[in-house]
Design a protein around this ligand. Structure first.
Ligand code: BT5
Length: 265
């Protein structure tokens, strides 16, 4: 993977600028810099290795060299997707999942709000960062990390959930640049074409743990448990308690008993 091969693989896609780095802190930071320097349109930043890859709430994301895909797409104000901001992570998850289904015949599940699981293990994660001015949505960065080869993970023992890798699940080895082009194509197509209704249906179809009893960890150590019944039109998680009463959550962390659930970074 290098600048030329990425540009070639994405030559028919409307992206204003592409940057490839052999090593970087975080591709989301590079995307933010592009926006701050007045970048207009859509920007793609790809890295072979991230030294400060991050997840939500300051957690770390591992993407060592030669093994994973780590990339970010930035959208300036006049190129923002039409869909409302709380649905963007879900839209990206659906686009990534469909690509894994189409190319590899995998059956990925989306662990609300931002994890892609295969066989109940984490194969990828999404970090969406939106910039606001007051309540006006100004720009957007969507960062995606996908485990391709098992060398993606240096310290798996510290993870909250078991991890997995495309090559482990499929026994297929595909050039990362081709995979990247398929993911980017799919994400941009979904951003342009998918309505909210289509998205909510496609998301629920692929939701991990649907019908199962889960626990959601809320801030300040609080938790709520119930049967996962789906998401609402604002992407809030819908849980039902034993009396059939429904509660909805805009943020939180799903725990599921069958999972190895470790606290880490
Ligand atoms: C995520 O956060 O899953 C979002 C990950 C987004 C990474 C991309 S890479 C390109 C762009 N640039 C960045 O700096 N970030 C984005 P979260 O749901 O908070 O999960 C983080 C947790 O996943 C960590 O605390 C670990 O337990 C676990 N983890 C870290 N690296 C992993 C990996 N490679 N595979 C599976 N699990 C991992």
């Amino acid at each position: 993977m290098d600048q030329t091969s990425i540009e070639k693989a994405l030559q028919n896609i409307a992206i204003q600028k592409i940057d490839y780095f052999k090593q970087i802190g975080s591709t989301n930071d590079a995307a933010n810099q592009w926006l701050s320097s007045g970048g207009q349109g859509i920007y793609l930043c790809v890295a072979d290795e991230q030294l400060k890859g991050r997840g939500r709430d300051g957690r770390k994301w591992q993407s060592p060299p030669n093994s994973a895909l780590a990339f970010s797409l930035a959208f300036s104000k006049d190129h923002l997707p039409q869909i409302k901001p709380p649905l963007i992570t879900g839209l990206t998850s659906v686009a990534i999942s469909k690509t894994l289904e189409n190319i590899f015949k995998l059956e990925p599940k989306i662990k609300w709000p931002n994890d892609i699981l295969v066989d109940r293990k984490k194969i990828g994660g999404i970090l969406t960062e939106a910039n606001w001015q007051g309540d006006e949505f100004q720009s957007l960065i969507v960062g995606i990390g996908i485990n391709v080869a098992s060398s993606s993970i240096a310290e798996e023992a510290h993870f909250r959930f078991p991890a997995t890798y495309i090559e482990t699940e499929t026994k297929i080895s595909m050039k990362r640049v081709e995979l990247l082009a398929s993911f980017v194509n799919s994400i941009l197509q979904h951003f342009e074409q998918f309505s909210e209704q289509q998205l909510l249906a496609a998301w629920e179809e692929r939701m991990a743990f649907i019908g199962e009893t889960i626990e959601i960890q809320l801030s300040e150590g609080k938790a709520f448990s119930g049967k996962l019944v789906g998401i609402d039109s604002s992407a809030r998680l819908r849980l039902q308690d034993e009396d059939g009463k429904e509660a909805r959550f805009a943020a939180g962390e799903i725990r599921q008993q069958a999972f190895v659930d470790r606290l880490d970074n």
